[in-house]
Design a protein around this ligand. Structure first.
Ligand SMILES: [Zn+2]
Length: 340
């Protein structure tokens, strides 16, 4: 099969990779109609997360089940399925509590590399959710978004307790931040402030439900949020970047008693204890337990209530994955879809 492999900073190649096979009896093999590049793939792509050997890339996926292992009971060949970037058994106490991304048997799909024509999915019965039928082509981008960025934005909004009567601020205008805006809208938030200074992203944020746009960042961004909320700060803030500046911007934009949902993969963030103590805010975040939300997200997409696939503003054949990465690295594209 063809698949994307990272050789070093800014060196992605599409090459022949071995076809995946069933290794564990709980595995499934899927054929992907399309895959995509994640903002988090840019960390190794830029060399900020160094790699020690050529590394297959990708952790987002949807597809048709080709084959299942002997212990797989619910997932069947021919079904169209969506899964998350962590495989999970969906039965252990952590999964049962809704934190499948920290399942005691969790396996990171990034180690499998789903920017490819086929993928092996561990713990298929726990990991995968089947759609009601084979989707029409126009639903595939939105289902693919559910695999990671929509699920992550949704978790950020839930962790920040976005809901009726709440003012929600979103730090970060990548795909996850934009979809946190969509999630906050679906969860019934009254006012949704998107923090972005890129015009096309502001437009998409408005389309997804943002009521206000703040272009300032850092301390100036915090001051603007305070101005807009009677000096109190937002009830709910979603952090979708993962840097020191964005995390502090999120905490400082939240009112005492409010909630921060942080879903940007943390890189070098250190929280000052004394400021945290007096901020008196709730903090919940981490790798999103996308599996918790998948049945609901698939239902909303299937019934055309939401179109998270709009975050894909560049579509290329898998063979041109390198250009897909470059466009995101240079912020010419929000998110790249790769047709297999
Ligand atoms: Zn589990």
């Amino acid at each position: 099969m063809r698949g994307a492999v990272l050789y070093g900073p800014r060196d992605v190649r599409v090459e022949e990779r071995p076809d995946p096979t069933i290794i564990e009896p709980t595995d499934a093999i899927i054929r992907l109609p399309a895959t995509c590049v994640c903002g988090s793939d840019l960390w190794p792509y830029r060399g900020i997360e160094p790699i020690s050997a050529p590394t297959p890339m990708g952790h987002e996926y949807v597809g048709v089940v080709e084959e299942v292992g002997s212990a797989v009971k619910n997932i069947k060949p021919g079904q169209f399925v969506v899964g998350s970037f962590f495989a999970s058994d969906n039965t252990c106490p952590i999964c049962q509590a809704g934190y499948q991304s920290r399942c005691v048997h969790a396996e990171l799909m990034g180690e499998i590399g789903t920017q490819a024509q086929f993928a092996r999915i561990p713990l298929a019965d726990g990991t995968l959710v089947a759609t009601p039928n084979i989707p029409s082509d126009d639903l595939i981008p939105s289902l693919l978004a559910a695999s990671d960025v929509l699920g992550a934005g949704w978790f950020g909004a839930v962790a920040a307790e976005a809901g009726p009567g709440k003012t929600v601020a979103v730090v970060g205008d990548g795909a996850v931040g934009l979809l946190a805006v969509l999630a906050a809208k679906q969860l019934g938030a009254e006012r949704i402030i998107a923090m972005s200074r890129h015009e096309p992203r502001q437009r998409l944020a408005r389309e997804f439900g943002a009521t206000d746009i703040v272009t300032e960042r850092g301390d100036e961004g915090v001051a603007r949020i305070k101005d807009m909320t009677d000096r109190l700060g937002a009830h709910s803030v979603v952090e979708a970047v993962g840097t020191q500046e964005s995390m502090m911007q999120a905490i400082r934009s939240t009112r005492p008693g409010g909630h921060v949902g942080y879903v940007g993969v943390s890189h070098g963030v250190e929280l000052p204890g004394e400021e945290l103590f007096f901020a008196e805010v709730h903090l919940l975040g981490g790798p999103a337990p996308v599996r918790r939300f998948l049945p609901n997200l698939i239902d909303l997409i299937w019934n055309r209530k939401i179109t998270p696939g709009k975050v894909f503003d560049l579509e290329l054949p898998l063979e041109q994955a390198a250009e897909g990465y470059r466009a995101m690295d240079e912020r010419r594209a929000i998110k790249t879809l790769l047709k297999c």
